[in-house]
Design a protein around this ligand. Structure first.
Ligand code: CP
Length: 309
């Protein structure tokens, strides 16, 4: 039986299979809370959580905030533009001032890879990574795995394909670590310029065409092209990318009939996926969002519990 011993959730790279399974099992219990008439428990009563989002977010931010409310925490929401970061204060000074207000947990999204690891070393309060640059997005991968288990009953032995801008994707990295640790076979596919061959060194299959990437997959996770992190032209045009790597009315025929179509959002409709697929019978995209709430409740609960020890 695994016990949770971390005051922070920084990366799935850091966790072992038992810790990942513990979060997923705990999320299963919290999913039941969200299905009750009164969707609230007192698990984080008396705890204060600051949601500090230095990069934009719809799903992760709303999901963390709702998860904290359902656990009865006190919440403060901050963004970069409304914080003193915009006046030149350092990230560490901002975080230490937040901590000085007897805050228990900081949930942060930041464009700098490793910023959470840096803060976690300097703060007594817990730090939860809601996405750091192209490094990791652990709660996204956890909710993706939770959704796969809900639909397929297991992770071990499944073939999971991740398609798109792997190079700039924190979602891809967290999924790869989590899926490999739970025994899935992972393939990444996309333009050769956006799919680092180095992933082969950790046991990931690397493809540079869509059909080979997805045709035997049990799960296909589509990624957005991350223009905000690209510093050069990695492919000739969006239209060409869409024609070659987009999942559309024609290319969806490569999929096994029971393959799941996933996407972390935000979707660029008509680029990596057409509406007929994103809203089609194989899509579980909105179920991923729903499951994010239970997964984030589980993470908050486990990390806050560790702070009391
Ligand atoms: N999946 C995800 O991180 O979405 P947001 O950027 O909207 O939080």
């Amino acid at each position: 039986m695994t016990n949770w011993t971390r005051k922070d959730l920084l990366a799935l790279y850091d966790l072992d299979a038992g810790e990942i399974q513990l979060i997923l099992d705990t999320a299963q219990e919290f999913k039941k809370v969200s299905e009750r008439r009164v969707k609230k428990v007192p698990a984080l009563r008396g705890k204060t959580v600051v949601n500090f989002f230095v990069e934009p977010s719809t799903r992760t931010r709303a999901s963390f905030e709702l998860a904290e409310q359902r656990l009865s925490a006190d919440i403060v929401n901050m963004s970069a533009s409304t914080s003193s970061l915009s006046k030149g204060e350092t990230l560490l000074d901002t975080a230490k001032n937040i901590e000085a207000l007897q805050v228990d947990l900081i949930v942060m999204r930041h464009s700098a890879a490793g910023s959470h690891n840096f803060l976690a070393k300097h703060l007594r309060c817990g730090v939860i990574n809601a996405g750091d640059g192209a490094h990791e997005h652990p709660t996204q991968a956890l909710l993706d795995m939770f959704t796969i288990i809900q639909k397929k009953g297991r992770i071990k032995g499944l073939k999971v394909a991740i398609v798109g801008d792997i190079l700039h994707s924190r979602v891809a990295r967290s999924n790869i670590w989590g899926l490999l640790k739970l025994g899935a076979k992972v393939t990444v596919g996309g333009p050769a310029t956006l799919v680092p061959k180095e992933f082969r060194n950790i046991g990931v299959r690397v493809c540079d065409n869509l059909k080979d990437t997805i045709e035997d997959a049990d799960v296909v996770n589509l990624l957005r092209i991350q223009h905000e992190r690209q510093r050069e032209a990695y492919f000739p045009s969006i239209t060409e990318y869409s024609n070659i790597f987009g999942l559309n009315r024609e290319t969806v025929k490569y999929l096994k009939p029971d393959a799941l179509v996933m996407h972390p959002g935000p979707i660029n409709r008509g680029v990596e996926v057409e509406a007929c697929v994103a809203d089609g019978p194989q899509s579980v995209i909105l179920e991923q969002v729903t499951n994010g709430l239970a997964v984030r409740m589980a993470v908050l609960y486990l990390v806050a519990g560790c702070l009391e020890k």
